[in-house]
Ligand binder design. Structure first.
Ligand code: HEM
Ligand SMILES: [Cu+2]
Length: 550
């Protein structure tokens, strides 16, 4: 078990993550009923206010806080207890992130910031909302520097050795995050804050959107890579096999640094201010991410097959029945991976120029990110939660908790299957996203969208309700394993951190030379962004004043 001081920090992170999860999923429940015309909000509560809370609390706060809990635990486990400096800086990072979170949340609740989690200009929130967002990002930077410092101490004391795979992957993720945040920090500090506090009169809208998406796409990889760490490092341990290939795993991760950043324009394919050439270039770079993604898929199937064969499986798919299905830590992550197959395919559709025209801004997109971040990422985090909290608190993960955990992941899967399928189809028919129920004054072609069995807002609401039930079961499991379950006094009751061994004898040295990867990453970013961004600045239109649309 890792040192108490590091466990405390990780537990605080998890605590905040699940408070955000509780409020966020409650908002999700309200949304499906409002869209279904079954619920009308009181005048003081606005649909866009709860939608902002939902997006921010789940996609930003839940994910980030959970990720840092996982990183802190894994780094302490693989590199040793944090030294006094690392510990201090980590806590400062935690508190700054939390203060930013609380500020932003309070302003959303106060109705001062219903700008959705993408906060597109020229919508303008209260200036303190942007200050909260900036503090949130700076807090994560401080925490990242603490973890990077911990890693550097380890390398100094272990000259010439490769770092453990978990630490390498954590550092990769953090480097990507630091580079990605430059965009959002730039637009918040130099565009939104001056506008919102009245220091400038107008904002360059296209520039702000481009800087946002420079950050927004790697943001999805900031959610995904920690899930991949679990897939590469935790899953093999649950299967009782070593890491399939240490060098392949490291290469896949550094490729994600390269191909997740210079691609933000694929979210802006319908925008007129960017010429087709730059859109084309960034879409081409987007598709490069298929390479490390398929490397990951290959590794997973290799793990499954090797483990199955070891248990005597024969034939093409015999290994399938030999997987440890009774272990909820495994089954949860397996389901998460399965959801990612249609999720990834949908991503290829979204990034394709012509198909994007069909799905842009429709409910399809909502369906898409609930089967990428909402399940593959979130359910991997759930699968980690089941052992991470008992590991950190030293409590038992009892038999009845395990049963409940199965109920939780199965209800989440059913709910998500219903909700996201109906969202995908409704979107294809034309139903827009980010709207309270809109039947366009009963126009027949709008009503046609909603009259199928799967293509109806009722299916979406049934799915959403099952999801909410599942979320509450999870909260119950979290509370029990944090505060109530009996302490694991006997050794056999103690929950372990399942981390697989990896064989580094064939791993080439250059893989851990960060300057190579940071250098290539910046080169690609400059190629993809320098010219279009500078022309947005030099040929800027007059700019827009800020609007409060709610
Ligand atoms: C109880 C579970 C959930 C339900 C019922 C739910 C429902 C919904 C619905 C109906 C929308 C679309 C509203 C609209 O466009 O008008 C939405 C948007 C969204 N959801 Fe969820 N969701 C759930 C869980 C999650 C999770 C776990 C995540 C991420 C970790 C997530 C992330 C998002 C994001 C980022 C948006 C977009 C917000 C925006 O357009 O600004 N949701 N959700
Ligand atoms: Cu993207």
């Amino acid at each position: 078990m890792i040192a108490l001081q590091d466990r405390k920090l990780a537990l605080w992170y998890i605590g905040v993550a699940y408070i955000a999860f509780l409020i966020g999923t409650l908002m999700g429940l309200l949304q499906v009923f409002i869209r279904n015309d079954q619920l009308e909000l009181p005048a003081w509560l606005d649909y866009y206010q709860i939608l902002t809370a939902h997006g921010v609390l789940l996609a930003l706060i839940y994910t980030t806080f959970f990720i840092f809990a996982f990183f802190v635990t894994g780094m302490s486990k693989s590199l040793g207890t944090f030294g006094p400096k690392v510990k201090l800086v980590s806590w400062i990072g935690f508190w700054v992130t939390l203060v930013g979170t609380v500020m932003a949340t309070v302003l959303i609740v106060a109705g001062e910031a219903s700008v959705l989690y993408t906060f597109y200009a020229p919508m303008m929130a209260n200036g303190w909302y942007y200050v909260g967002l900036a503090l949130f990002v700076v807090g994560t930077w401080i925490s990242s520097f603490a973890l990077i410092g911990h890693y550097r101490v380890w390398r100094k004391n272990n000259k010439g050795q490769f770092s453990p795979l978990f630490a390498f992957m954590t550092i990769t993720t953090l480097i990507m995050w630091l580079i990605a945040c430059l965009g959002v920090v730039a637009t918040v500090l130099f565009q939104y804050i001056p506008l919102a506090f009245g220091w400038t009169d107008t904002i360059n809208v296209e520039l702000s959107r481009s800087l946002f998406w420079y950050f927004g796409h790697p943001l999805v990889y900031f959610w995904l890579l920690p899930a991949y760490i679990a897939w590469y490092v935790i899953v093999p341990k649950l299967l009782n096999v070593p890491v399939f290939s240490d060098s392949l795993a490291r290469l896949a991760f550094v490729l994600f640094i390269l191909f997740s950043i210079p691609v933000g324009f694929h979210h802006q394919l319908t925008e007129p201010g960017i010429s087709n050439f730059w859109k084309f270039l960034q879409v081409a770079l987007t598709f490069m991410v298929i390479i490390p993604s398929l490397m990951t898929a290959f590794t997973m199937f290799a793990n499954f097959e090797i483990s199955g064969r070891k248990k005597g499986a024969t034939g093409l798919f015999g290994w399938f029945t030999k997987l440890p299905w009774r272990d909820v830590r495994f089954t949860s992550i397996f389901i998460a991976m399965a959801f990612f197959i249609p999720g990834g395919a949908g991503g290829i559709i979204n990034a394709s120029f012509q198909l994007n025209e069909v799905v842009h801004n429709t409910l399809w997109i909502v369906g898409h990110f609930h089967i990428t971040v909402g399940t593959p990422v979130a359910m991997t985090f759930m699968g980690l939660t089941f052992w991470l909290i008992p590991y950190l608190t030293g409590r038992k993960f009892t038999k009845s908790m395990q049963k409940l955990a199965f109920v939780q992941i199965i209800t989440w899967s059913i709910g998500m299957l219903l909700m996201s399928t109906s969202q995908h189809i409704l979107g294809l028919l034309g139903a827009p996203r980010r709207t309270a129920y809109s039947n366009y004054n009963g126009h027949p072609s709008a009503l046609e969208w909603f009259d199928g069995i799967l293509t109806s807002h009722t299916t979406m609401a049934v799915g959403g309700s099952i999801l909410f039930l599942s979320a509450m079961i999870l909260i119950y499991i979290v509370v029990m394993s944090m505060f109530i379950s009996p302490k694991a006094l006997k050794v056999e009751d103690q929950v372990e951190f399942p981390m697989a061994e990896s064989d580094k004898t064939h791993t080439p040295k250059w893989l851990e030379n960060w300057w190579i990867w940071i250098g290539i990453a910046f080169a690609l970013i400059i190629i993809a962004y320098a010219i279009p961004l500078s022309s947005m600045i030099m040929h800027a239109p007059p700019g827009s004043e800020g609007f409060k649309t709610w």
